[in-house]
Design a binder for this molecule. Structure first.
Ligand code: HEM
Length: 488
C-alpha cells in the first residue's frame, strides 16, 4: 500500500514537473515569438502571402491585404513575401528609421529579377561605397541643371508643346501613353540630347518597352521569356548608348547642344568607367520615365473629378499668362510662383502613391518599439501606408490639394510623413525634375484643353507598380480661346 502511495506521489511529481517544464517552455517560446511582430507567414513555402500582397487594387487605397493585416496585427507585421520572411511596415516612425539607417542596419534588397536585368551597377541594387560613388554622380547631374535652369526649362516647354500641339485635331487620346511619350522625350533629351524624331530615340523606346515588361516578370532565363527578352533589350539599349559615347569620344562632337547634357557631364568626370556610365543612363531612363508619366496621369484623372481644383489651377496658369506677351515661354520665376500647382503635385504624390513600397533587408537584428526585426529578414516600408494613415492625414482617402496650404516645403508637420520619394541615402535624386516636368505639362494642358475620361472606372491601380488598366482614355476639346502658343 505504502509502495503504491509512493508511486502515486512519484507520478504526480513527475506530471507536475513535466507540466511546469512545458508551461515554462511555452512561456519562453511565447516570449521569443512575441518579440517578432505578429503576423502570418502563410502555408506555401515559396509564395507565402505574395499573391494577396500583389493583388491589384486602387493605388489611392492600401488594398485588402494591408487593410486586413493592419486590423489584425497592427501597422508592423510579419509575413512571407517574394520568397522571403518579411517584416511589412505602414508605421511612419519605423519606415523613417529604416530609410534613415540605410547601410547601417538595413540595405536595399530588390527581388532577383531587378539585379538580373539591370545588372549589379544599377543604383537600386548597388550598396556601400559603389552606391555612394554612383549616387554622387547622379546628384551632380541634377546639380548641373540648377546652373542652367532656363535652358533646361525651355527644353521641357518644347517637349510639352510638341505633345499638346500634336493633339490639335484629335478627339480622343490614351492619356497614359501620351504622358509616357512626354516624359520619355524629356529624359532622352536631358541625358543624350536626342530629339523625339531621332531614329535612336525610337530604337531606345522600342527596346525600353520590352525591358519594362521583364522587370516585373519571374526570372526564368529561357529563350522567349519576358525576363530573357528584357535582358536582351537592356543589352541593345547599352549598345545604342555605347555607340553615342564612342562617337562623342572619337569626334569630340558637341553637336548643336546649347548646354552640356548628362552624358557630356559624365564623360568629363574622372574615375567613372564606360559600363558605369551606361548603367547610370539606364537608371535615369528607368527612374525618369514611368514614374513621372504616372504622376501626371493621376493628376489629370483627379482634376477631372475635382472641378474646384481644376478651376483654381486654370486661374493660376491664366494669371501667369496675363503677365506675359502672347506666345512667350515660361521663366523660372513663373514656375516658382505656381503655388497651387505645387500643392496639387504634392497631393497627387500622396494620394496616388506612384511608388507603393521599397525593398530592404535587415543587416543585423534590430529592436524597435518592442519588436525584434531579425537579421536577414526582408523589410518592406510601405510608403502608401503612411500617406493613407488617418492618424497622419485628415481624411486621407480624399484628394484634397488644399491640405498643403501654408505648409512650407520643409514644414515639420508633413516633412517626415511624406515619403513619395523615399528617404535617407536613397532619396530620389530626380524629385525636382519630376515636379518641374509635371508643372510645365499642366500649364500647357489646362490652358488649351478641356477633357473627360471616357471610362470613369479606369482608376490608377497598384499592380503593385502603378498603371491604369485602360490607359486613361480621354475625350479632348480644345478651349475656344487658347492662351498659349498653341495656336501659333
Ligand atoms: C513622380 C516621380 C518619381 C517618384 C514617385 C520617384 C520615387 C522614387 C523612390 C521612392 C525612390 C527610392 C527607392 C528606394 O529607396 O529603394 C527613387 C529612387 C530613384 N529615383 Fe525616383 N521617383 C520619381 C522620379 C524620378 C526621376 C524623374 C528620376 C530621374 C530622372 C528618378 C531617378 C531615380 C533614381 C536614379 C533612384 C535611385 C536612387 C538611389 O538608389 O540612390 N526618379 N525614386
Amino acid at each position: 500500500m505504502e509502495g503504491e502511495w509512493h508511486h502515486f506521489h512519484y507520478t504526480v511529481a513527475v506530471a507536475i514537473f513535466m507540466g511546469a517544464s512545458f508551461a515554462i517552455a511555452l512561456i519562453f517560446r511565447r516570449q521569443k515569438m512575441s518579440k517578432l511582430p505578429p503576423g502570418n507567414l502563410g502555408w506555401c513555402p515559396f509564395l507565402g502571402r505574395t499573391l494577396g500582397f500583389v493583388n491589384p487594387h486602387p493605388s489611392t487605397s492600401n488594398g485588402h491585404f494591408l487593410d486586413q493585416n493592419i486590423i489584425k496585427y497592427g501597422k508592423i507585421f510579419r509575413s512571407h513575401l517574394f520568397g522571403h520572411r518579411t517584416i511589412v511596415s505602414c508605421d511612419q516612425e519605423f519606415n523613417n528609421f529604416v530609410l534613415q539607417n540605410e547601410d547601417r542596419f538595413f540595405v536595399s534588397s530588390y527581388p532577383a529579377n531587378i539585379p538580373g536585368i539591370l545588372g549589379r551597377l544599377t543604383l537600386l541594387v548597388a550598396t556601400g561605397t559603389v552606391h555612394k560613388r554612383l549616387r554622387a554622380v547622379a546628384l551632380s547631374l541634377f546639380a548641373a541643371i540648377r546652373n542652367e535652369q532656363q535652358t533646361f526649362l525651355d527644353d521641357l516647354q518644347n517637349c510639352a508643346l510638341l505633345l499638346v500641339k500634336s493633339w490639335k485635331n484629335t478627339e480622343t487620346i490614351i492619356f497614359c501613353n501620351e504622358a509616357r511619350k512626354y516624359t520619355f522625350t524629356v529624359i532622352v533629351k536631358e541625358i543624350l540630347s536626342l530629339k523625339a524624331d531621332d531614329p535612336e530615340t525610337s530604337m531606345i523606346l522600342e527596346n525600353f518597352l520590352t525591358f519594362m515588361k521583364g522587370l516585373c516578370s519571374i526570372p526564368i532565363k529561357l529563350p522567349g521569356t519576358a525576363y530573357e527578352m528584357a535582358i536582351q533589350s537592356r543589352r541593345r539599349i547599352f549598345e545604342i548608348v555605347r555607340t553615342i559615347v564612342r562617337r562623342r569620344k572619337n569626334t569630340g562632337d558637341h553637336g548643336e547642344r546649347k548646354r552640356k547634357d548628362f552624358l557630356d557631364v559624365m564623360m568629363e568626370m574622372e574615375g567613372i568607367s564606360e559600363d558605369e556610365i551606361l548603367s547610370l543612363v539606364m537608371d535615369l531612363l528607368l527612374g525618369g520615365h514611368e514614374t513621372t508619366a504616372m504622376l501626371i496621369s493621376i493628376l489629370v484623372k483627379c482634376l477631372s473629378e475635382s472641378p474646384p481644383a481644376l478651376h483654381q489651377l486654370r486661374e493660376e496658369h491664366r494669371g501667369v499668362r496675363k503677365r506675359k506677351e502672347k506666345g512667350e515661354g515660361l521663366m523660372w520665376e513663373d514656375y516658382k510662383n505656381m503655388k497651387f500647382t505645387q500643392m496639387l503635385i504634392k497631393e497627387g504624390l500622396r494620394y496616388g502613391n506612384v511608388v507603393k513600397f521599397v525593398h530592404r533587408k535587415a543587416l543585423q537584428t534590430i529592436n524597435f518599439k518592442g519588436y525584434e526585426i531579425p537579421k536577414g529578414w526582408k523589410v518592406l516600408p510601405i510608403l502608401s501606408g503612411v500617406h493613407l494613415d488617418a492618424s497622419q492625414y485628415h481624411e486621407p482617402l480624399q484628394f484634397n490639394p488644399w491640405r498643403w496650404q501654408g505648409k512650407d516645403k520643409r514644414g515639420e508637420l508633413y516633412g517626415k510623413y511624406f515619403m513619395a520619394f523615399g528617404g535617407g541615402l536613397r532619396l530620389c535624386p530626380g524629385s525636382e525634375l519630376a515636379k518641374l516636368e509635371t508643372a510645365i505639362f499642366l500649364h500647357y494642358f489646362v490652358l488649351n484643353f478641356e477633357w473627360t475620361p471616357l471610362n470613369p472606372k479606369d482608376v490608377p491601380m497598384a499592380f503593385p507598380f502603378v498603371d491604369f488598366k485602360h490607359g486613361l482614355q480621354l475625350s479632348l476639346k480644345p478651349l475656344s480661346h487658347p492662351t498659349t502658343t498653341l495656336s501659333s
